[in-house]
Design a protein around this ligand. Structure first.
Ligand SMILES: NC(=O)c1ccc[n+]([C@@H]2O[C@H](COP(=O)([O-])OP(=O)(O)OC[C@H]3O[C@@H](n4cnc5c(N)ncnc54)[C@H](OP(=O)(O)O)[C@@H]3O)[C@@H](O)[C@H]2O)c1
Length: 294
């Protein structure tokens, strides 16, 4: 049996549906939102004040996918104590139960563990997170690498979807363009966004191929946020003057944002042979979904 912690979240839900479509036995935890399949496979879990009894009672558990947490970078800083409790203290308490077992933890981490000052971080670059969010992720990573023999830590760059309702990078920009709203887009923040189904396929290939360790996964196209928003507007024939060129310093973030959010994915590609989807192909998928209204 597989267990997804945070099945009601963006990536966790995609993983759950993917494994379900392969006919696997999957359960998942949710907190404030429900999900399709919850009546059969859902387990309520509040990591601020957790009761792990339903999880520990699961039979034949082989893998746990950690896809949960306070994922908003600024919220981790503003509510440092409560986010730390969810993202670190109680995540580690949950993990602790599985050290003496053969259960393999698959932990979704982030490129925010790095300093953000260069392109194409590799797994051997030393983490140096400038944000509370990144520090919390590193703390759990360190716990896993020192306590478990078999694990997967997958450090992800910005993950996006292709559905109108997901409100991720491109779909939320497109929504704004459709409403003729201005998009403020930084021309000095470099990103390499990765399609969520590439993440799901990579996770599946790593697990089925028994590839353990730390892996980076980001999109293979790196450009500034401004350039990507221009590409999107051009593809969908929207007025590109709706996109206002900005600098990182024009945004009032609470926590510093990396200038480079890009990862070298060579290790995961070599291990799994996975082919990443191009941004252009995802635009085509978005076009189809928006036409169908989802
Ligand atoms: N999305 C990205 O671009 C990205 C990039 C790099 C790394 N990651 C990592 O990938 C993982 C998944 O990201 P995501 O974007 O899918 O996250 P998300 O959509 O924000 O989902 C977060 C999940 O955590 C659950 N959760 C929140 N507070 C909780 C609590 N107190 N107790 C128990 N569960 C709680 C949520 O449950 P409810 O919704 O039911 O409240 C939800 O299922 C995260 O660990 C994130 O750090 C994501």
């Amino acid at each position: 049996m597989l267990l997804v912690i945070g099945v009601s979240g963006f990536i966790g839900n995609k993983l759950y549906n993917y494994f379900k479509s392969k006919g696997l036995d999957v359960k998942g935890t949710y907190y404030s939102k429900t999900f399709e399949g919850a009546e059969r496979d859902g387990i309520y879990l509040d990591l601020s004040n957790p009761d792990f009894s339903n999880i520990l009672g699961l039979k034949n558990l082989t893998h746990i996918f950690f896809c949960h947490g306070v994922t908003n970078i600024d919220q981790c800083k503003i509510n440092r104590n409560s986010s730390y409790k969810i993202n670190v203290t109680n995540t580690i308490k949950l993990l602790e139960n599985f050290i003496p077992t053969n259960v393999v933890p698959i932990y979704l981490s982030t490129d925010m563990v790095y300093s953000g000052t260069q392109k194409n971080f590799t797994e051997s670059d030393t983490p140096a997170p400038p944000t509370e969010y990144g520090k919390q992720k590193v703390e759990v990573e360190n716990y896993i690498t020192t306590q478990f023999n078999k694990y997967v830590i997958l450090r992800l760059s910005k993950v996006y979807g292709i559905e109108k309702s997901d409100r991720t990078l491109f779909t939320s920009w497109l929504d704004s363009l459709m409403r003729h709203e201005t998009i403020l887009s930084a021309d000095d923040i470099f990103i390499a966004p990765i399609y969520v189904m590439d993440v799901v396929r990579a996770v599946d290939s790593l697990v089925t191929g028994k590839h353990y360790g730390i892996f980076n996964l980001g999109g293979y196209e790196t450009a500034t946020r401004y350039e990507f928003s221009q590409r999107l507007a051009q593809f969908f024939n929207y007025d590109r003057s709706l996109i206002e060129k900005k600098s990182i310093n024009d945004f009032k973030f609470i926590e510093p944002r990396p200038l480079y959010s890009s990862l070298s994915s060579s290790r995961v590609i070599e291990a799994t042979g996975i082919k990443l989807t191009s941004v252009e192909d995802c635009f085509k998928l978005i076009e189809k979904n928006f036409k169908k209204g989802h």
